[in-house]
Design a protein around this ligand. Structure first.
Ligand code: SAH
Ligand code: SF4
Ligand code: F3S
Length: 454
């Protein structure tokens, strides 16, 4: 079999960080001569890029792996790779659990995939989980979209939230240089990408690890500086970013977002709990009052801004009254979207071994009550779009109705309208909103904006 007929398949679990890593690993595999296969059963190399943020995310991987490990007995040439956060967490233990595996590689090793695979093809079984300096820009990602793109700006996380595995699986913060980030965005602009999302687990930490201090004693390269530095890249029409941490969110950043026309009016700022005692036990470093002040300041500068967040219910020792403080925050703020989760004890995290873990019943009851409120508030927030003209960046066909295209408003609301994807993909269209639902909108196209690049 010639090299050009070998196929690879990647299944990605977890967050945007993993999606971005998968796109880079796919780029490496294509560079090595592999072709994409949608069906894992047709692939010669199968890579699972895994997530371990909650126990159910981790367990999902084992069931996928079990199936492919069986297949390997009939097809010994099959190469099985586990990448991402479960790989980092479990390391060699994964090989003991699934001896059929060829390669276990942590997220910091994503850019080294070619090297690692070559060692596997030489006959080695490899575990790559030691902390390393992330090698820059040697890869050309194979991006899933032609319209929107992820751009990593900082890897890792130095926070120590007591429930969270991310710092132990993603390692310490490593910022890319402003020059490398800008070069990647310029290339995206040349390739016709219209929207970029800057990525980091704690994006406000950007630059802390880079050399240089200003005369006022602040880091030379803050996230706000980076926004000013990249916002005029030609061709790119929209800039988003995630995830923000309330501890570090500054008014200076809010002002920059209001000032810079390409930065979209959508903020994803997880609050996790609306109760100060719980926040303290989570080691989040802010109070609900501070969180409310941030949102108020955003709304002072940008009254229509969309706010989304993450929240956890059933953290160890959370009382009914403390949970109600979370409900109260959700009621008061009115989130456009909220990702909710029941607390899941994670290996190696402090909260996992605390006494007073709550029962699954209590957690799932609180989760349901919170989700119910979230849907009500999101539907209320959607009402404001009714009859309005919104700018939608067309990304794709509506998979459920081929006569429609779909895209997002600047505030990140998914919007559908009638149109031909071949004509509209990557276009900014003014859409009059005629139908609103809790998490999506429908409208009629009014005008396609001709983009004149600056
Ligand atoms: N860096 C981001 C979030 C990363 S993890 C931040 O600081 O907010 C994504 C979300 O998963 C978190 O916001 C949190 O809501 C949830 N999460 C993390 N650990 C969890 C756990 N042990 N149990 C339940 N949810 C968890
Ligand atoms: Fe986890 Fe906290 Fe870091 Fe977010 S900031 S990734 S929740 S440790
Ligand atoms: Fe999951 Fe790792 Fe992201 S644990 S949420 S894939 S950083």
């Amino acid at each position: 079999m010639t090299i050009s007929h070998r196929h690879y398949h990647i299944t990605t679990f977890g967050c945007q960080m993993n999606k971005a890593d998968s796109e880079r690993m796919a780029g490496i595999l294509e560079d090595m001569g592999f072709e994409w296969s949608e069906d894992p059963n047709q692939a010669d190399v199968i890579l699972y890029n895994t997530c371990t943020i909650r126990d159910n995310a981790e367990q999902k991987v084992y069931s996928y792996l079990g199936r492919q490990a069986k297949r390997k007995h009939e097809q010994p040439n099959l190469t099985l790779v586990v990448a991402g956060c479960v790989a980092q967490q479990e390391g060699e233990a994964l090989l003991r659990r699934v001896p059929e595996l060829d390669l276990v590689m942590g997220p910091q090793h994503a850019n080294r995939l070619k090297d690692l695979l070559q060692q596997v093809f030489d006959g080695n079984q490899i575990v790559a989980t030691e902390p390393i300096h992330i090698i820059e820009d040697i890869t050309k990602p194979r991006r899933d979209s032609k319209v929107t793109a992820w751009v990593n700006i900082i890897y890792g996380c130095n926070e120590r939230c007591t429930y969270c595995v991310v710092p132990s699986v993603r390692g310490v913060e490593q910022s890319r240089t402003p020059e490398a980030i800008r070069a990647e965005i310029e290339e995206l602009g040349r390739q016709g990408y219209k929207e970029i999302t800057l990525l980091g687990q704690n994006i406000d930490a950007y630059g802390r690890d880079l050399p240089g201090v200003t005369p006022e004693g602040r880091h030379q390269h803050t996230f706000t500086d980076l926004l000013y530095y990249i916002h005029d890249v030609p061709g790119v029409e929209r800039i988003r970013f995630a995830t923000s941490h309330p501890r570090y969110f500054t008014e200076r950043l809010i002002r920059a977002c209001a000032e810079l026309p390409k930065v979209c009016e959508h903020f994803h700022i997880p609050f996790q709990s609306g109760d100060n005692e719980v926040l303290k036990r989570m080691a989040r470093g802010y109070t609900h009052e501070k969180y409310r002040r941030i949102i108020n300041t955003i709304r002072d500068y940008m009254p229509d801004a969309a706010i989304s967040a993450d929240a956890i219910v059933g953290f160890p020792t959370e009382t009914e009254a403390q949970f109600e403080n979370t409900l109260k925050l959700v009621e008061d703020i009115g989130f456009d979207q909220l990702n909710t989760a029941a607390y899941s004890p994670r290996p190696g995290t402090p909260a996992a071994v605390w006494e007073d873990q709550l029962s699954e019943e209590v957690k799932s009851d609180r989760l349901q009550r919170l989700n119910h409120l979230v849907a009500i508030k999101a539907a209320e927030r959607s009402q404001r779009y009714m009859g309005r003209l919104e700018e939608v960046l067309v990304e794709d066909q509506n998979p459920k109705d081929k006569t429609q295209v779909m895209g997002r408003t600047r505030t990140n609301r998914l919007t559908f309208f009638t149109g031909d994807i071949h004509e509209l993909k990557g276009k900014l269209v003014k859409v009059k909103i005629t139908e609103v639902r809790a998490f999506s909108l429908t409208g009629e196209p009014v005008e396609v904006r001709e983009i004149v690049s600056v």
